[in-house]
Design a binder for this molecule. Sequence first.
Ligand SMILES: NC(=O)c1ccc[n+]([C@@H]2O[C@H](COP(=O)([O-])OP(=O)(O)OC[C@H]3O[C@@H](n4cnc5c(N)ncnc54)[C@H](O)[C@@H]3O)[C@@H](O)[C@H]2O)c1
Length: 258
Amino acid sequence: MADTTFAGRRALVTGAARGIGAATAALLARRGAEVVVADIDGAEAEETAAQLCAEGLAARAVACDVTREDDIARLEAVLAGGLDILVNNAAILDATPADRLIRARFTQVQAVNQNAALWVTLAMRPLLAASTRARVVNIASIQGLRGTADTLAYSTAKGGVVNMTRALAVDLAPEGILVNCICPGFVDTRMALLPDGSGHEHDTDWFRDIYIRYGRIPLRRAALPDDIAAAIAFFCGDDCRYITGQVLAVDGGVTATF
Ligand SMILES: NC(=O)c1ccc[n+]([C@@H]2O[C@H](COP(=O)([O-])OP(=O)(O)OC[C@H]3O[C@@H](n4cnc5c(N)ncnc54)[C@H](O)[C@@H]3O)[C@@H](O)[C@H]2O)c1
């Protein structure tokens, strides 16, 4: 029997052309939601939405840079019929060492990875407020909870998303909009490709030794995008009804240890 958990609900997932966003859009659609696949990569967003439509699901792509006000306004127009679920997932990786970090790059990373989640949420607020089951899920990172080398710009933004979630949850609670945050650990997506083009971080000897063999990830594997999507879907659904402003690490136990 088809899963109809999200039947009759509309969802917007940013950065949904691939990776965790695509897995989330697919899961919500398979559970009955009508999904907007928004991404700066319009061609890949079209492909992702087309694959879902080929499965008989309700999906449409919107090319959109979440840092641009005019693109957010276009999203609002597309969603004028209503919105129940917003997943702020779009982000870029940055691994610039502190001594090479320049202001323009730092500002760009904050704009995409943190500020856009705020402006998209505030733009969608009236639509969400009109829903009786409005949910916002912000995707941060375990790098928003801990400090690691060469992640100043990325970690600052993700740490901002963590506490922005709490502040938004308080401000939007009177409208019945629940706002929560997922912090993924190491996930097998294109974001985990090494910047020098030499392959996937999770295939390196050091990753296999430290994180898998010696159990720095207690569950001893990297996550699949579906592992993260499952937790996101929980925060989007009716079983999440008295939870807001919370932060959940979905990391195989990485942040449970040291
Ligand atoms: N992969 C990991 O190990 C990992 C770990 C922790 C957190 N995360 C977070 O999970 C989320 C998804 O990451 P992913 O691993 O699927 O990465 P990904 O690079 O595979 O996907 C990110 C998507 O965001 C889109 N995007 C980037 N800038 C955008 C913009 N300005 N406007 C609209 N779309 C934009 C990209 O085109 C891409 O489709 C991100 O917030 C990321 O920071 C990922």
